[in-house]
Design a binder for this molecule. Structure first.
Ligand code: HEM
Length: 249
């Protein structure tokens, strides 16, 4: 069992093998394992919110071109006329980039800290295997999601990998993209990885925030399973129904 002292041990402590701690409270919070776990949990919560809202908006594809294009245009004009076009959208994008960056950096640094500070052995081989499986899954699904995101932006935001891309024609762009079998398969696989990541992540998020009373475990599990399933079904339904010809131009 790790003590509170172990958990708030800073990476600086580990690097120099001393008990010296940063005096700045923000640096001190960030350099402790507890601080990084909080950053991971809070940024993860923001990313969960984005994924859910993005999916709900995209599901307008089933209502037809007018609805999806109208929604995409509305996102660009949010805040008008008080603010110039796309200012609010760019604010949201910057928040999203910050959450994504913090999530990845905290995850990488926590992994490094865990590797260095592993004097406390797992109680049993089963605990070891379970913990290792979860953290390895998170790492791999995380890498898959990051790579998918790069492709996704190139595909539907910038249009570089989508030969039929026309800026502003969101519905036609999505259909043209998902009609290609390899692309549809890629979206389906990436969204399975995303669902696994969300399942593990939303389960451990509560632990990181300290809400780990065993009494709440059924609710945590219910939340993790439901959230992951909703995202998987919603996001997979789009490429699946387009590639099979149920939805189209
Ligand atoms: C089948 C599911 C999905 C569909 C149909 C879809 C659709 C789209 C479209 C059409 C855009 C371009 C919007 C525009 O520039 O007007 C977009 C952007 C984006 N998507 Fe997705 N998306 C899907 C899944 C995902 C997933 C799983 C993630 C995250 C893991 C994601 C993250 C993003 C991000 C970050 C942007 C850029 C947002 C911006 O620039 O404002 N999308 N998506």
């Amino acid at each position: 069992m790790k003590t509170l002292q172990d958990l708030t041990k800073t990476s600086d402590d580990e690097a120099v093998g001393s008990t010296r701690r940063p005096t700045n409270p923000i640096r001190r919070f960030w350099s402790s394992a507890v601080g990084k776990k909080w950053v991971m949990a809070v940024s993860g919560l923001a990313l969960l919110g984005f994924v859910l809202v993005h999916m709900v908006g995209n599901l307008k594809i089933f209502l037809g071109a007018v609805h999806l294009d109208e929604y995409a245009e509305w996102l660009h004009t949010l805040g008008e006329p008080a603010l110039p076009r796309t200012v609010v959208l760019w604010g949201m994008r910057l928040g999203l980039i910050a959450a994504f960056g913090l999530h990845i950096v905290a995850a990488a640094q926590l992994t490094r800290m865990n590797h260095k500070a592993r004097p406390v052995r797992y109680q049993s081989r089963r605990d070891y295997v379970a913990a290792n499986f979860a953290s390895r899954t998170m790492r791999w699904t995380g890498v898959i999601i990051a790579l998918f995101l790069l492709f996704h932006l190139a595909d539907l935001s910038w249009g570089t990998t989508n030969p039929d891309f026309v800026r502003g024609n969101t519905y036609d762009n999505v259909i043209a993209s998902f009609e290609r079998v390899p692309v549809a398969i890629l979206y389906i696989l990436a969204n399975i990885a995303l669902a696994i990541h969300i399942f593990h992540g939303s389960w451990s998020m509560f632990q990181s925030l300290g809400w780990n009373n065993p009494r709440w475990n059924p609710i945590r599990r219910y939340f993790a399973v439901t959230f992951a399933a909703v995202i998987a079904v919603g996001n997979i339904s789009m490429p699946l129904l387009v590639v099979t010809g149920v939805v189209g131009k």
